[in-house]
Structure formats: C-alpha cells, structure tokens
Design a binder for this molecule. Structure first.
Ligand code: ADP
Ligand code: ADP
Length: 234
C-alpha cells in the first residue's frame, strides 16, 4: 500500500470572480522509503499539492488515501496525529519561534503529542545532537545562522520519528554551501532511516537527486517532462 495516494485531487482558492484553480486534478502515488521531488515554476501549484498530501489542507475534488485510508474518513484527532507524528515539515521560512530557545522549538511536536517534560528534553537533545546543534539548545532561535536554523527545523521534524518528511524549498533561504549541507542531511535521513522524502522545489539539480520527479505546470502534472530533469546548463 502506498504511503500516500492522490486520485485526481484539485484545489481552488477564493470565490466568485476571484476564484483561482490552483490544482486541476493530479494523481500520484508515493511509496514508503522513496524520495520524490515535486518540481515546477513558481505559481504552478507545487505548494498547494504538498499541502494537500500533508493533510494541511483539504482537496475540493478527488480523493487522497493515506496508507490506503480515504483521508475524508479520518477523524480530526487522527489527522492531527498524522500531521504531528507521522509527518515532519521543513519549510524555506523555517517557522521557528524567534524568541523561544532552540530546544523549546525542537520539542514542540512532543509537547503537542503529550510527551512528559523530562522525556521531551531527552528526545529533543538527542535530535539536536544528531544535527550537531546540542551546544545551541539554550540559545534563542533568532540568534542562529540560516543553516543552523534549518538544522534546528530538521531536528524538530525528526523528534517524533516521522515516516514522511515534507520539505518545501528547504534550501531556498540558504547560500549554496549551506544548502548543500542541508540537502545532504535530508538525503541521509532518506537512505539511512528509510524516511520517505517529498521535496517541493524549483531547483532542478536538487530534484535530480531524488529517486523520482513529478513535474507540475499550471496546476497539472506535466508528463512531457519525463525522464531525468535537464540541468540548468547542458
Ligand atoms: P508554487 O508552490 O508552485 O509556487 P502554489 O501552490 O503556492 O504554487 O500556488 C499556486 C497558485 O495558487 C498561485 O497562482 C498562487 O498565487 C495561488 N495561491 C496559492 N495559495 C493561495 C491562497 N491562499 N489564496 C489565493 N491564491 C493562492
Ligand atoms: P541568513 O540565511 O542570512 O542567516 P536568516 O536565516 O537569518 O538569513 O533569515 C532568513 C529570513 O527568515 C529572514 O527574512 C528572517 O527575517 C526570517 N526569519 C529568520 N528567523 C526567523 C524566526 N525565528 N522567526 C521568524 N522569521 C525568521
């Protein structure tokens, strides 16, 4: 059974004359352990698709199956559990709480899951050690460099041992060298821990590192872009 299966899912925003059809029916399957890039130009609908796959938003049309179960049949508590425990999130904008400590940011998913304080701290520190950020645990998130912030975000994404990591332009705010480190960390988690990796990006070289690429154009899958993605400069 695929981890995620989308059948003709669509999404529009706004209403009336402002209604905009951002996703016009996309079907795909994501299998456990694979790395998949969702690729396309800015505004093509990549983030919308990712939000639907991650249960952050509901499709207007079509069906989303999570490990074979129709997402519409899931209770709210189950959706929250999936989002908080089975899924980890890495966004370009980090979404760290600037004036909270790095450790408090990292243990937030554990707090939401009801893990007691002592265990939260132990697991949070273990995640920070894995990302080589243990020495920053007590520092406020705002004091970190861009690369350190994204490593803290990855620690937060990992703290619940997720099955799937969703990464939306994970290197978008980082310089090339720092971005390469963050990329390597994400692919190591995929290869070594078998965490399914879904990366939204317009970076064709990052996409090429994934097992598979799904090209989105104007809200639809673009199957003419099949095969290996082209390099920026051939
Ligand atoms: P991408 O991630 O490929 O840049 P998005 O999925 O973010 O594309 O957006 C697809 C289209 O939907 C864009 O034209 C965008 O402006 C529009 N859009 C996205 N989110 C909203 C929203 N909340 N309200 C209205 N329009 C939106
Ligand atoms: P750099 O990669 O140059 O160190 P930063 O990572 O500091 O850049 O910042 C990238 C962007 O994210 C900036 O627009 C910044 O204002 C914003 N940002 C950084 N940290 C936070 C935070 N903790 N909360 C909210 N926004 C932040």
């Amino acid at each position: 059974v695929p981890v995620l299966s989308a059948q003709n899912i669509g999404k529009s925003y706004g209403s009336g004359t402002n209604r905009f059809n951002a996703l016009k029916g996309v079907s795909l399957e994501i299998r456990a352990g694979e790395s998949v890039a969702i690729v396309g130009k800015s505004g093509s609908g990549k983030s919308t698709l990712m939000h639907l796959l991650a249960l952050l938003d509901d499709p207007d049309t079509g069906t989303l199956l999570v490990e074979g179960t129709d997402a519409r049949t899931l209770k709210g508590t189950e959706v929250n559990r999936l989002r908080n425990q089975d899924f980890g999130f890495v966004f370009q904008q980090f979404f760290l709480t600037a004036n909270a400590t790095v450790l408090d940011n990292v243990v937030l998913p554990l707090k939401i899951a009801g893990v007691p304080p002592r265990e939260r701290k132990a697991r949070g520190m273990a995640a920070l050690e894995q990302l080589e950020l243990a020495d920053k645990a007590k520092n406020k998130a705002i004091t970190l460099s861009g690369g350190q912030k994204q490593r803290a975000v990855i620690a937060r994404a990992l703290v619940n041992n997720p099955k799937v990591i969703f990464a939306d332009e994970p290197t978008g705010n980082l310089d090339t060298a720092t971005g390469a480190v963050v990329e390597d960390i994400l692919f190591a988690l995929n290869k070594d821990k078998g965490i399914t990796l879904i990366i939204v990006t317009h970076d064709i070289e990052l996409a090429a590192r994934c097992d598979r690429q799904i090209f989105i154009r104007d809200g639809r899958e673009d199957t003419t872009e099949s095969g290996a993605p082209r390099k920026r400069h051939a």
